[in-house]
Write a protein that binds this ligand. Sequence first.
Ligand SMILES: N[C@@H](CCC(=O)N[C@@H](CS)C(=O)NCC(=O)O)C(=O)O
Length: 217
Amino acid sequence: MAETTLIIGNKNYSSWSLRPWLVLKQLGINFDEERIRLFEAGFKDNILKHSAAGKVPVLKTAGLTIWESLAICEYLGEQHPELWPEDTADRALARSAVSEMHAGFMALRNELPMNCRAQQRKLDYSADAAADIQRIESLWQQCKQQSKQQGPWLFGKFGIVDAFYAPVAIRLTGYQIPLSPESEAYRLTQLSNPYLQQWIEAGQAEVEIIAEEEVGE
Ligand SMILES: N[C@@H](CCC(=O)N[C@@H](CS)C(=O)NCC(=O)O)C(=O)O
């Protein structure tokens, strides 16, 4: 048994679980996964045993219980400062982009929920969802343009900001959303990450089917 456990939801649907999972994988940390199936009988009771907030993900490590994907990533970022850009201005932009994702893009999250099995072009989304996609594209471009670091990620090498946008890359892929060449290159960077591929394959192999409306992500 590893010293660290990440409690997650269904890989097919749980975008919030994916983010810290990806960071742990990128760091090469040995951890156990405990998967609690979302919205099935017993989900709330099971998750409440770990966190009074009643949501996944939850990280258990070093005698601590940490909930909220961003708090988990920030904890890991304290141990591994390389998860944030070194430059102050870059770090501020990366943190703004992460906060914007964590707190916003509700239309995108509601109308194009993460579903690793999605394989169909989506056309019927609202102007608000289209605006969210446009905003994300310009945010990605701003990060790439501001950062002077070499590398395919938003600030050169992989960081928390990339983990936060990984579920967006899954959505854009599954729903076949047309993108600018720059955004498309970044989407492909995300999709060719072997850890993200591992997550997607595991999500696709899951048997549970949850109505998209219930997931709300
Ligand atoms: N703000 C939270 C959101 C977590 C969240 O909404 N998790 C969903 C699964 S992706 C969940 O546990 N839903 C169960 C519920 O709300 O009952 C975070 O960043 O961790």
